[in-house]
Structure formats: structure tokens, C-alpha cells
Design a protein around this ligand. Structure first.
Ligand code: GDP
Ligand code: GDP
Length: 454
């Protein structure tokens, strides 16, 4: 196809690849049963429920690509987020807060037939504080007679209520026109944002020491936001200066506020983690080194890798480490994290501050790799030598030949290899390993895709 051709002819310049936009994010929020999922399905043009109830699989998916009137954006669907009916009010607020923090603009859905409830008022308060653009959807206005109900919602103070029927499609076009109008061209907190302080997500399962570490490294180093030019502020993020360099620590509000142990708290913790990673350029995953690595630790690390973000793994509570535990830890790392040996490792103690200063150099190394571009000439020189010394194994008398390769993008580095046949997974891993050794991609996932040419 055309993209392949452009790549082959080298017309896809570095600048163009860098300029690839980050899609703006639109979140659909509101109380249960107001029609959020119905609206999302209408926008995405599909019938089935969006979020399947497969634990650990679909529920971490927070956004879906969508398009309206030529505008592309990511749609955050909170319709499947409800877990429990008890204490619904605080849950709605918490869910709304997570969704708002992810979004560049919000569609707030209210059931026009019911009118504004106390829970709706609370969400309005959160929306006001966020300062993000809001479009108010007065849903379940299935016919002209319902429009008077919609008009009552002016009282929420969010501007014009758009009367819609998510079910039948009535009025949804006007609503979407207003929503894409409210979205910026590019996301304020995309992974490829070219300037401003780098964005760090400090993540890990509960009690590994995130808030302790945050307090330790932030200390008195809080920065006044106006001091840093060209930054868009999200109230849940915090600007912290480390060794004289400011960094955004995303969603620190979620770290500082101890999550109340209600049913479903894990669920929101996992959503917050996904949201924070998505907003960040680098994920610092904290684990408790004094205890065995858990499945949840591995899962958070994998989330950072899958999101294509730079990675640092910090082994905390080193002050509790005794000599008996050491070999066990090393064996766990070797066993569980063998695929992620490229991630820098920092042993530290958030309590005593021991080695905390090693975090910044590790973050910087990972980000530098994440940004790195291998010039096409150099890449093909490297591959030529590699393939000459270690050709792809023969299979059934056939042997795919590598024709050409290019790095299609950075953040994370993505490589495209054109070959005469499919390259085996083992061979691709071999190429990845050598790429890392040769060009030093410490701390970043890299992607290699193969396009087959005759
Ligand atoms: P959510 O919990 O906010 O995601 O709400 P759902 O999308 O699951 O909708 C809740 C119920 O309201 C379902 O029975 C929908 O069929 C119904 N519903 C959604 N939108 C409309 C609408 O525009 N008109 C009417 N009459 N019912 C709707
Ligand atoms: P979070 O849930 O990840 O934010 O974890 P916290 O920062 O709240 O820490 C959980 C518990 O571990 C608290 O009792 C901390 O005092 C303790 N803790 C955190 N870091 C360390 C550390 O480096 N060493 C020791 N001994 N305890 C720690």
C-alpha cells in the first residue's frame, strides 16, 4: 500500500514521523443507566456492549479510536466501569474523576426524563474544578415532547443542554459536532508531546511505597507551575524538580489520597494505573523487594510495556532486605522478568532515601532510548552484517531475505523490516537483541514488524 511505498522510497522523513499527532481524548461520563454505553456504541457504530466482563483483559482498555466529521479522537467509555450498586454515589464521583483526568474534553450525560440528581451535581463540581471543556447531553429525549425536560438542565450551569436520544440517534449529530469542536487538535498529554517537562507515572500495587517515595523525592522541591513555560496543567499532576530539572508526576492525587478500602477499590486502582501510564512518557514501577514478586507486580510492568512507554523498575524497601532473601529475589527476577531485562533497575529505600538519587539517571536513560532514532543507512548496514553472519534458518528449502529496514517512529522505537517472506519469531527476537546491544535501547520497549514483499 501507499505507506509501504513511501517507506521504501524514503519519503517518510524524520520530521514527519515525529510530527505524528497524539489523538485528543473524549470521555463519556454520567450516572449508571443514563445511556452512556448506548451513546458510545452509537458513536463507534456497533451494537454489542463495549466492555466485556473478562477480568484482566478488556477492563484495562480505557479508550477506543473514533471519528466524527473527519475528526479522529479516542473515546473513553466509562459505561462498563460500574461494579457495584452499594455506595454508588461515591463510585460515580471516583469514576468521573479518573475519566476526567484522562480526557481533553468531556461529554456529561444526564437522563433528561429524571432530571439532575444530587450525584449529577457532584460530578458538575468535579467538572468545574477540572477546567476541561464539557458538552452536556440531555439523553432519552426520544421525541419533541421531551425537549422541555432537556431545557431544565440549563440549571446545571454547564451551558446549553443537547437533547439527544442515544437509543434512536435523534440529536446525536449536533452533540458530536459540539464535542469535536470542544476537543483540541492534539491531546494535551500525549506520549509524543514535543516540549515541556517529561511526564512520569509512579505506579505499582498498593503498599509498595509509592506515596513514601513521592514524599521523599518531592521534599521541598515543589515547583510553582507558572515558572514553566508551555505546560498544560492537569490538577491531579504535580510538578517536581529533581536535580534542578522539573518533571510532571502524573496522577499524584491518586497516590497521595489513600484509597478507601471499599469493594471495587482494586478495580479503580487498576484504572488509575492504566490512566496514569497512558498520560506518561515513562513508567517507574515500584515493587517491594523485601517480599516475593507478585502477579500484580508483573502485570503493572507489562502494562507499561504494552502501552509502549519507557520503563524503570525500582526495587523498594531495600532497608528490609536481608542476605537470605537476596538470592530468591534474583531468581524471581530471572524467572518472571526475563523478557524485560532491558529495563534499568534501581534498588532503593523510600524510607531512608538510600539510592533515591539513582532514580533520575535511570529515568533519563530510559527516555533517551525511547526517543532514539537509528538513521536508515546505519540500520541497514547493521542488518546487512547481521544477516550475512547469521542468515535466517532454511525452512522447506526456502529462506526469507531481508530487503530493507527503516525506523518508522520513535517513542517507542518502531522498526519495519521488508523481507521476501515471513520472519520467524525467534529470528525477530534475535534481531531485537542485537539491535539493543548495538544501539543501546536500555529502558524502552521496541517494536519490530515485518512486511512481506515478493
Ligand atoms: P449506562 O449505564 O449509562 O451505560 O446506560 P446504558 O447505555 O446501559 O443504558 C441504560 C438503559 O437506558 C438501557 O436500557 C438503554 O436501552 C436505555 N437508554 C439509553 N439511551 C436511551 C435513549 O436515548 N432513550 C431511551 N428511551 N432509552 C435509552
Ligand atoms: P503506596 O500504597 O504504594 O503509596 O505505599 P506507602 O508509601 O503508603 O507505603 C506502604 C507502607 O510501606 C508504609 O507503612 C510505609 O511506611 C512502608 N514503606 C514504604 N517504603 C518503605 C521502605 O523503603 N522501607 C520500609 N521499611 N518501609 C517502607
Amino acid at each position: 500500500d501507499e505507506t509501504d511505498q513511501e517507506l521504501l522510497e524514503g519519503e517518510w522523513s524524520d520530521e514527519e514521523a515525529e510530527a505524528e499527532p497524539v489523538l485528543p481524548v473524549l470521555a463519556i461520563i454520567g450516572r449508571p443507566n443514563v445511556g452512556k454505553s448506548t451513546l458510545v456504541n452509537r458513536i463507534l457504530g456497533r451494537r454489542e456492549a463495549v466492555v466485556e466482563d473478562k477480568p484482566g483483559v478488556t477492563r484495562d482498555r480505557v479508550s477506543y479510536p473514533a471519528e466524527w466529521a473527519g475528526h479522529r479522537f479516542l473515546l473513553v467509555d466509562t459505561g462498563g466501569w460500574e461494579v457495584d450498586v452499594a455506595g454508588i454515589e461515591s463510585k460515580v464521583a471516583e469514576q468521573a474523576e479518573v475519566a476526567i483526568s484522562l480526557a481533553d474534553a468531556v461529554v456529561f450525560v444526564v437522563d433528561a426524563a429524571v432530571g439532575a440528581t444530587a450525584t449529577d451535581e457532584r460530578v458538575v463540581e468535579l467538572l468545574r474544578r477540572s477546567g476541561k471543556p464539557v458538552v452536556l447531553a440531555a439523553n432519552k429525549v426520544d421525541g419533541a415532547s421531551g425537549e422541555a425536560d432537556a431545557a431544565y438542565l440549563w440549571s446545571l450551569g454547564l451551558g446549553e443542554p443537547y437533547p439527544v436520544s442515544a437509543l434512536h440517534g435523534r440529536g446525536t449529530g449536533d452533540l458530536l459536532d459540539a464535542a469535536v469542536e470542544a476537543l483540541p487538535e492534539e491531546s494535551a498529554h500525549g506520549a509524543q508531546r514535543p516540549s515541556g517537562p517529561r511526564r512520569v507515572a509512579l505506579v505499582g500495587r498498593p503498599n509498595v511505597g509509592k506515596s513514601s517515595l513521592l514524599n521523599k523525592i518531592a521534599g521541598s522541591e515543589r515547583v510553582v507551575v507558572d515558572d514553566v513555560a508551555g505546560t498544560t496543567r492537569d490538577p491531579v499532576d504535580e510538578l517536581i524538580e529533581l536535580r534542578g530539572v522539573p518533571y510532571w508526576f502524573v496522577d499524584t492525587a491518586g497516590i497521595r489520597r489513600r484509597v478507601h478500602q471499599t469493594r471495587g477499590a482494586d478495580f479503580y486502582a487498576s484504572l488509575r494505573t492504566a490512566a496514569a501510564i497512558e498520560k506518561a512518557e515513562v513508567g517507574v514501577v515500584l515493587v517491594d523487594a523485601s517480599n516475593p514478586l507478585t502477579e500484580q507486580d508483573i502485570r503493572v510492568i507489562q502494562q507499561v510495556v504494552d502501552a509502549g512507554r519507557a520503563l524503570v523498575i525500582a526495587y523498594n524497601k531495600w532497608d528490609l532486605m536481608d542476605e537470605d532473601r537476596r538470592p530468591y529475589l534474583e531468581r524471581e527476577i530471572e524467572k518472571e522478568l526475563v523478557q524485560i531485562q532491558w529495563a534499568p533497575r534501581v534498588n532503593l529505600s523510600a524510607r531512608t532515601g538510600w539510592h533515591a538519587e539513582r532514580l533520575v539517571p535511570a529515568i533519563e536513560r530510559s527516555l533517551a532510548s525511547w526517543d532514539r532514532r537509528v538513521p536508515t543507512g546505519k540500520l541497514n548496514g547493521f542488518l546487512g552484517e547481521l544477516v550475512a553472519a547469521h542468515p535466517h534458518p532454511l525452512r522447506g528449502g526456502k529462506q526469507p531475505r531481508i530487503l530493507f529496514a527503516t525506523q518508522a517512529s520513535t517513542r517507542p522505537p518502531r522498526f519495519v523490516i521488508f523481507a521476501t517472506g515471513f520472519l520467524e519469531a525467534g529470528y525477530r527476537r534475535f534481531i531485537e537483541r542485537r539491535l539493543r546491544e548495538t544501539f543501546g535501547f536500555e529502558g524502552t520497549p521496541i517494536e519490530i514488524s515485518v512486511r512481506v514483499r515478493e
